[in-house]
Design a protein. Structure first.
Length: 468
């Protein structure tokens, strides 16, 4: 039987692809064993389909990335860029027959410049490694996703990651000054600058930040740094209702305070942490608010915020006296996800962001959704910027419970939009929220975004099927 190329021989096509890749890559950088490549199929998101990659490539140089993209263009093979795969939206999930381009081996910090206050890094650098390296120079790289000990700078750029300190220092996008990007056809493009200021032309750097690898492959980044701030002190305030805790958040922000951290945990999360770690938090706690300041006089700032919490109805306010006590108070927040995972075994983490003034409405709405679907849903939030993480706990082996989990997740996103918010504050769209992106930005917005994608990737090779 005579077969067409598309029908014939997946093994032959894979062999052709591998041979072309090996012409410009060392053998150890090209993985084809299906048992090995399967480990690169998906990130940490639930309910996101993933395909089987034809090959996984782990380049170490810009030239090797260019070779991969030229090969992909010549053979019309899709490419899925990956970092540490700690994402929560399916944005790094493989598609059938794709090249997975894992950038974890490009992990060099190329420059730290204390005068210009910049770092130049490759995409595979671990966030925490960069933070420690610049700290040795008295500098600070603020973006700190909760997975900072594992996640990569390239992945942070791809999803415009946030973290606990965003309320004061902002998200990744505010620290990316310039990029070197390999385009879909293998050309290398530079964007942005190394200078403190610069407005030459369209801001293509910001366009790539948050694009989830759909426009090009980031191979180098110029990142802004700040002076290392003083050690922060933390305050914990317990409330008899989530509404009272959210009122305290509004009072703090309206009062002009600039905390380095402002986090909230609802009663479901507090209970889960108590059950897991036996931290002794009162069973009557309906919400726990954590505030921190890294100012020259943090004790004074904590006292002022503590008074606002008491005015909002806090039942107990506990300020830390030193760094050790501060870390102890933060342990409950750090344990939140682990504790919620222990409730039913699997979690689905949302990241709806709403105006701070509507934070209480979001938490109350999630409580109603949890009751409606008979599920445990805990809420932790970066309260200072309205970025909430409703976390749906469910048994993945129970089809009905899994269905209810997905329905509740969608209802939470709908609630966020109703409250004037956005479907994602820091996790990205990926596969999980494609339908919801269209709802948020509308048909004209989708048309414009597809037009941009067409300019940079006319063959639709880069991370196809993501975003829209």
């Amino acid at each position: 039987m005579i077969m067409s190329r598309t029908e014939a021989a997946p093994d032959q096509a894979r062999g052709d692809l591998t041979e072309r890749l090996l012409a410009g890559l060392p053998a150890e950088a090209v993985l084809t064993d299906p048992d090995v490549t399967a480990a690169y199929a998906n990130d940490m998101a639930s309910f996101c389909p993933a395909g089987a990659p034809a090959v996984v490539v782990l380049p170490r140089t810009v030239e090797e990335v260019q070779h991969v993209m030229r090969t992909a263009t010549a053979l019309h093979v899709p490419v899925v860029p990956q970092g540490a795969r700690t994402g929560l939206s399916g944005g790094a999930n493989a598609s059938d027959g794709c090249i997975v381009l894992s950038l974890t081996k490009m992990d060099r910090i190329l420059e730290i410049n204390p005068v210009d206050r910049i770092a130049v890094v490759e995409p595979g650098v671990i966030n925490a490694a960069l933070s420690r390296a610049v700290g040795e120079h008295g500098l600070y790289y603020p973006p700190d996703p909760s997975s900072w000990e594992m996640c990569t700078i390239g992945g942070n750029i791809g999803t415009a990651s946030g973290g606990l300190c965003c309320v004061k220092y902002g998200v990744t996008a505010e620290y990316v000054l310039g990029l070197e990007v390999v385009l879909a056809d293998g050309r290398l493009m530079s964007t942005g600058r190394r200078t403190a200021k610069g407005v030459a032309g369209y801001d293509l750097t910001r366009l790539f930040v948050g694009s989830e690898g759909s426009l090009g492959i980031v191979v180098r980044a110029v990142l802004a740094l700040r002076p290392q701030p003083p050690q922060q002190l933390v305050l914990a305030a317990e409330f008899g209702s989530a509404a009272a805790a959210c009122d305290a958040v509004c009072r703090i922000m309206a009062g002009g305070h600039v905390p380095s951290l402002l986090e909230i945990m609802d009663r479901t999360t507090v209970k889960a942490v108590n059950d897991l770690a036996h931290m002794g938090l009162p069973e009557t706690t309906e919400a726990l608010l954590l505030a921190a300041f890294d100012t020259p006089d943090p004790a004074s700032d904590l006292a002022a915020v503590g008074a606002l919490c008491e005015a909002a109805g806090a039942t107990q306010v506990v300020p830390a006296d030193d760094a050790a006590e501060s870390e102890l108070l933060l342990q409950a927040r750090r344990l939140s996800l682990t504790a919620l995972e222990a409730v039913r075994g699997v979690t689905m983490i949302d990241d709806v962001c709403v105006p701070r003034s509507r934070l209480g409405d979001l938490i109350e709405g999630v409580e109603r959704i949890a009751e409606k679907h008979q599920l445990t849903i805990g809420v932790v939030a970066h309260a200072g910027d309205g970025n909430t993480h409703p976390t749906v706990c469910f048994d993945a082996t129970d089809p009905d419970e899994s269905r209810r989990a997905r329905e509740s997740f969608d209802e939470i996103m709908a609630l966020g939009l109703e409250l004037g918010g956005t479907i994602t504050g820091e996790h990205g769209v990926g596969v999980l929220k494609k339908e919801w992106l269209a709802r948020e930005i509308g048909p004209v917005g989708i048309e414009m975004q597809r037009g941009i994608k067409q300019v940079f990737d006319p063959l639709d090779l880069l991370n196809p099927g993501k975003l829209f």
